[in-house]
Design a protein around this ligand. Sequence first.
Ligand code: SAM
Ligand code: SF4
Ligand code: F3S
Length: 473
Amino acid sequence: MQETTNLKKNMSVQACIEQVQKLVAVSYPCAKAYVHSFGCQLNVSDGEKIKGLLQSMGFSLTKTHEDADLIVFNTCAVRESAEDRVYGMLGVIKKYKETHPRTILILSGCMGSEPKTLQKIRAHYSFIDILMGTASIGELPRLLAAYYDTKKFVYDMDSTAMPSEQMQQIRTSCFKASVPIMYGCNNFCTYCIVPYVRGRERSRKPEVILEEVKALIADGYKEIMLLGQNVNSYGKDLEQSISFSELLQQLNQIEGEFIIRFMSSHPKDATPELLDTILSCEKIGKHLHLPVQCGSDAILSAMNRRYTVAQYLKIVAYLRERQPDFSLSSDLIVGFPNESEADFQGTLDLIQRVQYDNLYTFIYSKRSGTKAAEMPDATTDAEKRIRMERLLTLQREIATKHYRRFIGKMMRVLVEGESKRGDGWLFGKSNEAIIVEFLGDRSLIGTFVTVLITESKNWAVSGRLIEHERKEA
Ligand code: SAM
Ligand code: SF4
Ligand code: F3S
């Protein structure tokens, strides 16, 4: 979608940044901005770019909307509940704006590229000042300059442009960094809104990604999370031909102690070359997030996933033949239109066979504009909820047994923070993307440690700290 109001297209983005800077300095001394990102890591990464732009225009960042002169809701549209949450929170902001009328409210993210959002704003949410699509982030200075000029609602709902490489990010973590390697999606799974709000696949150039990762490692980052809706099709749209495996191999050559993770991988594009790369490159986490969505061929076909259960299991077998305890996680949708008890049983069988370490499970949510929204559905919501409970119960049983395989093993862990257990317990993520808890000093946060695993639960393991990062030993 490329709908836009008449922006300051005659001015460069830099000129708009300077214009807003001056205006902010005069009218909003100590201007503060609050950015709230919903949804996936890609959206959070976009939120970090929005923060970077706002800072370049003179705003400092605040952690609550309550003292903000500018509020950004960077939204997610993947499920009905995600949108409801945003509309619920907008009610709170409406009240805030009644007492702070000069505060600017911006709606960005995936809802910002949905045509129905514009209609809703016009009909019910006229207190929103700026609407910005997923590919319009670079236009923020123009939108703000135009808004300051007219004090009237402005919008740019683009979802198709290639984001500028010049945008600085304000990263939340100083040791974990998300690096989008591509934008958009070509797959049109019939339940999914993402291709409509994020546009077609656009890969970033490999040399730009390599430079960014090198700079991050030089700055002390320890985890690089490569992001894309289907990283396995990375590079297919570039003139210079490069596959995702080749990109991974190049990143693996960068010197330094760090771990590379990535998501998401579409099973239809998971080649043996990619699997071999994951298994053989020492800096790549020994884990694959491989969303299966369901365990019935009929439903997979209705979802337009373009693989069968047998093909999916072949990928799992390839990995497990070479590394029997290889860690897998997945996304699953329960209650896709007309999912029968037999289809659902197929999903239960599949999770039993694969033995996932982690599952992200969702009850199907109807998204207007997608093909599945037109499909008849005889299964009741109550039945879908019961199926979800059955699925979660089985997964808890599987994970309880499956996590025991780590007991007695040494795990390399990137320490992420203090555990909710308190009393000196820390937590981190292992190479296999397993949550590991252990007793240790806070100073270890952001470093690699080795932990001997002594106990397991169905969502984490715990153990004894054996070794700190080499630089401290
Ligand atoms: N591109 C990723 C992939 O294909 O694996 C997924 C991205 S999507 C933002 C994350 C997950 O949300 C999907 O894997 C799917 O399980 C879930 N999802 C997407 N649309 C949904 C819907 N309409 N209802 C329920 N879950 C949905
Ligand atoms: Fe949505 Fe499918 Fe694209 Fe993932 S691959 S973003 S589920 S359309
Ligand atoms: Fe992500 Fe939600 Fe958009 S999951 S891509 S923020 S619809």
